[in-house]
Design a binder for this molecule. Sequence first.
Ligand SMILES: [Zn+2]
Length: 137
Amino acid sequence: MDTDFLSLLQDEQDPYFEEAKDAIEKVIESKKNLVGSTTWNKFKKMLESCSILESEAIKPMIKAVKCQACRRKQRNLTQHIMFFSADCNGVKELPLKMEFSVGCFCAERGSLYHDLHHHNSQLKQSCAEKVALPAMK
Ligand SMILES: [Zn+2]
């Protein structure tokens, strides 16, 4: 990032950047709505609360059972999606490790949703940090 851009970003009154930021957030939110599923309940909560997600292929796949993300029946489960309590915020009574056995759609969409959600907050965080730095001089 060049320093001109950063110094422009620091000008919080500049409506140009406010608008750009809002536009980016809107795009990310709408993409999240597209990839997310209304059938996700606890799974969505975990995707949003936990910054790190790990996945592992289930081999051989588990055939025709209930997906633990969307809770629909008769899915072929192909991935374990794991969250670790150390990476999670604001989820009460969380076991050390939480695991979902999910079908391929929920696995792909879940990981995309996770990226979108955390990209947004990481971007906000890193901009906020960069903007805050000069003020501490
Ligand atoms: Zn599913």
